[in-house]
Ligand binder design. Structure first.
Ligand SMILES: C[S@@+](CC[C@H](N)C(=O)[O-])C[C@H]1O[C@@H](n2cnc3c(N)ncnc32)[C@H](O)[C@@H]1O
Length: 313
């Protein structure tokens, strides 16, 4: 079944974590179908800057959220501080990031993210750069295996990579799904499709999603006012680990010193405080939206300390 409009995940919890006050200036770093933006505006935000790297999301945005308080920018969220400076906008009160792909991206076969419907092997959120077909038809077997192991946590990545290389050229998502299922063995009725991990891995690699998340968190640190809130929703453990480490590191919880390994950075002031406990979807949300299953929200408050990392790219 296709579900074209993205159902926002943990949206009430994100708005609560942002502690929106009337007139607040907020960033929705992953606009998608505007679910978070709509909720921010309904909570009284004075202005929302919505970022998305997907030109389709930006083109559809004004019709989905017709509101003069919204400014849409086609850009990666890792560039948010630069984009704000370029427009003469100062520090903001809150930033939300909802990491991953939208239902529109997943459910449109022509975007090539999914094996549910057959489409070209594309998977590029920004619709530019190397496509999944380019990568799979050009990279060597060891590199393909590394990507599938690291980003898909696929224990039999080598077998999958070998099967891909033997079947080249590959152009369609349907072809790739059949190749992976054959390599790993798939019985009809099996609960989870073994192709899921490989598709996830290739998508994360092509869109450099983990690098974007790391740089996006640092960009958010540079963009928030003292007292501003950062709320980040992730969908798998690789992403959640990055957010957890970031907040631990920036709140002074890391590294743990000992007699043998003294703390060298204890003079660095924490840039985030009030790190909230992670939040998962309620039973009610899970029942209405099974895709929210692995979502996790982490949030914290920006302190007045100088941002740790300066822009390097
Ligand atoms: C899970 S969806 C967000 C859904 C949104 N919260 C809603 O309620 O409709 C993720 C969106 O973020 C975008 N995206 C992913 N990585 C991005 C990045 N590094 N910079 C900007 N947008 C990104 C994707 O193109 C996608 O539209």
């Amino acid at each position: 079944m296709t579900q074209d409009r993205h159902l926002p995940v943990l949206v009430a919890e994100v708005v609560e974590a942002l502690a929106v006050v009337p007139g607040a200036l907020l960033i929705d770093g992953t606009f998608g179908a505007g679910g978070y933006t709509r909720a921010m505006l309904a909570a009284g935000a004075g202005q929302v800057i919505g970022f998305d790297r997907d030109p389709d999301a930006i083109a559809d945005g004004p019709a989905l959220v017709p509101d003069e308080r919204l400014t849409l920018i086609e850009e990666r969220f890792s560039q948010m501080d630069r984009a704000l400076t370029d427009r003469g906008i100062g520090l903001v009160d809150g930033i939300a990031l909802d990491i991953g792909v939208s239902s529109m991206q997943l459910d449109r076969p022509e975007r090539g993210f999914s094996f549910q419907g057959d489409g070209p092997l594309d998977m590029r959120m920004s619709k530019s750069g190397l496509s999944a077909a380019d990568f799979l038809n050009q990279a060597d077997e060891a590199e393909i295996a590394r990507v599938i192991r690291e980003y898909g946590e696929e224990p039999r990545a080598r077998s999958v990579a070998r099967a891909i290389v033997a079947a080249r050229p590959i152009e369609r998502t349907g072809e790739l799904a059949v190749i992976v299922r054959r390599a790993l063995g798939f019985r009809a009725g099996q609960k989870s499709d073994p192709a899921t991990r490989t598709f996830q891995a290739i998508r994360i690699h092509l869109n450099q999603e983990l690098e974007e998340l790391e740089q996006g968190l640092a960009a958010a640190e540079r963009s928030l006012k003292p007292g501003g809130r950062l709320a980040v929703v992730t969908f798998h453990s690789l992403e959640d680990r990055i957010v957890k480490r970031f907040f631990r590191d920036r709140s002074g919880g890391n590294p743990a010193g000992s007699r043998h390994r003294p703390v060298l950075v204890d003079s660095i002031e924490p840039t985030f405080e009030k790190i909230a406990k992670p939040v998962s979807p309620s039973e009610r949300e899970l029942a209405g939206n099974p895709r929210s299953r692995s979502a996790r929200l982490r949030s914290a408050t920006r302190s007045a300390a100088k941002a740790r990392a300066s822009r390097t790219n």
